[in-house]
Design a binder for this molecule. Structure first.
Ligand code: ALA
Length: 501
């Protein structure tokens, strides 16, 4: 029996978990989520979600991954044989996210190169939409592949393959040890430069000033929970998988809390950088912050280049910003892919290299749909449905099943046995009561709202196929996989003497 791979060092594991958490979600998604959900008002549900759901679930997933030592399907199978599908649902969500996530990293890679000559010119909106994406009129007008984006996507798939092929220690751990410190240095340089810009404070005011009207809107709450789950990489297989490679004597509570706080701290830093620049831009143009920014995906690729044009040393700043997007995205992309690959490695006993190669080839093929001229529309719909329904509902099921139909106390005992600090009963309350009630209410309200009005003004066919149908497919395939023949590895009991080197 081959031994399950393990992280070499504690810092290697923590950096990999943080590397997974910090991603496009923090730099690209967080600012436009704040922006389109009432500015500072969004931060109230965001921190509520972090404290009552994010951190408790992070510790829960570290604990079950560590205790049952498996990918998501294997972990749930070991908890209760009938729950294997829950793990597959999560691993398949990883696949769906991976195929569009990599395309956004490819945009960032292209923009890193464009920044040498500020190629986006005086009209970054036209450049992004017309020249770069060459966007068609509707989701169904695919109209061929965009060469630059295609090249970037293929190069990135190659590197993802290379890292995963090299394994946990030699691939994932080394990549994170390399990229994460660089990313922190880059964000600190950007922070130092942006907060002293003239007008920065008006942008920051806008970011942090709560608009209490928005807080009563369930959509803002759903967006905040969706953002926390996506950003912390919880409820979609990743943290369970990463924790399954921990040696016996590993702290869980502390690592889980550190990872969550560093991730959200990073989002705040990225928010401060971006809104300071927007404040500066508003100041230069004599308009309000609300008027300078475009919401949605355009914030990073349209508004920011516009603002970068106005900065002193724009090329350097542009290069730093887009390269940091690439680094942050790449380390997350590795974890998203591992969340899917590890499931197949465990279930069918296939060799890692074989699984990773097939995964990368199929993934590259499917991601081509997002490289077409209508890629942005499809990406927008898939991202919305996978986050607001795929992840939220599987998260809801995960907390309800484990905390009501399984022995949650035994998991808390496991955490307390190995961790630096003990977690109290508040943890049970968060998982058993607060999170299911809030998520349940929100999930249902969101579901009904979605049925009443098609997302983003798209037509029925687009929302149905790229949204609902993808979700149904994930769930159906999960059950099929649960019922297919397995070759699960035996549970290797953890030797309490094993520590990091
Ligand atoms: N946690 C990753 C991100 O925020 C997926 O981008």
């Amino acid at each position: 029996m081959t031994k399950r791979e393990e992280w070499a060092t504690r810092i290697g594991f923590v950096l990999s978990a943080i590397g997974s958490a910090i991603g496009l979600g923090n730099i690209w998604r967080f600012p436009y989520m704040v922006y389109s959900n009432g500015g500072g008002a969004f931060l109230v549900p965001y921190f509520f979600a972090l404290l009552t759901a994010g951190i408790p679930i992070m510790i829960l997933e570290f604990a079950i991954g560590h205790k049952y030592r498996g990918s998501a399907p294997l972990t749930f199978f070991r908890i209760c044989k009938k729950w294997e599908w829950l793990g597959w649902w999560q691993s398949l969500v990883c696949f769906v996210i991976a195929v569009y996530y990599i395309v956004v990293i490819s945009w960032a890679l292209n923009y890193t190169i464009f920044s040498f000559g500020l190629k986006w010119g005086d009209n970054p909106n036209d450049f992004f939409m017309k020249q770069f994406l060459n966007i068609s009129k509707s989701p169904w007008e695919f109209g061929g592949l965009q060469l630059n984006i295609l090249l970037g996507t293929l190069v990135l798939w190659f590197f993802v393959w290379l890292v995963l092929f090299s394994g946990v220690r030699k691939g994932i751990e080394i990549a994170n040890k390399l990229f994460m410190p660089l990313l922190f240095v880059m964000i600190l340089i950007m922070l130092g430069r942006s907060v002293v810009l003239e007008g920065a404070s008006s942008g920051l005011n806008w970011l942090f000033k709560p608009n209490f009207k928005a807080i009563t809107n369930y959509k803002v709450w759903a967006a905040a929970y969706g953002q926390i789950f996506f950003s912390l990489s919880i409820c979609f297989a990743i943290m369970i998988t990463y924790a399954s490679y921990l040696p016996a004597k590993s702290d869980l509570a502390n690592n889980g809390t550190i990872t969550s706080f560093i991730n959200c701290g990073f989002s705040m830093l990225a928010g401060i950088v971006i809104f300071s620049i927007l404040g500066y831009m508003a100041n230069q143009q004599g308009v309000s912050v609300k008027e300078v920014a475009s919401s949605g995906v355009g914030l990073a690729f349209i508004t920011l280049p516009k603002a970068i044009n106005l900065l002193p040393f724009p090329k350097f700043f542009g290069f730093l910003f887009f390269l940091s997007l690439v680094f942050a995205g790449f380390t997350s992309m590795i974890s998203i892919s591992e969340g899917c690959c590890s499931a197949f490695i465990d279930k069918f006993g296939w060799d890692r290299r074989r699984v990773v190669t097939i995964f990368s080839l199929i993934g590259a093929l499917v991601s081509l749909i997002f490289v077409t001229r209508s890629g942005l529309y499809i990406l927008d719909i898939v991202d919305h449905f996978v986050n607001n329904f795929g992840i939220i509902f599987v998260g809801l099921l995960e907390v309800i099943l484990i905390s009501w139909f399984f022995d949650l106390e035994s998991i808390r005992a496991h955490v307390n046995e190995v961790s630096d600090f003990r977690i109290g009963r508040w943890w049970n309350v968060c998982l058993k009561v607060i999170t299911p009630v809030v998520l349940g209410y929100m999930g249902v309200a969101n579901f009904i709202g979605e049925l009443k009005k098609y997302y983003g003004g798209y037509d029925f066919k687009s929302v149905f196929i790229f949204g609902w149908f993808v979700l149904v497919l994930i769930i159906v395939i999960s059950f099929l996989l649960q019922h297919s023949k397995s070759r699960w590895p035996k549970l290797q009991l953890l030797n309490p003497q094993t520590r990091y080197k």
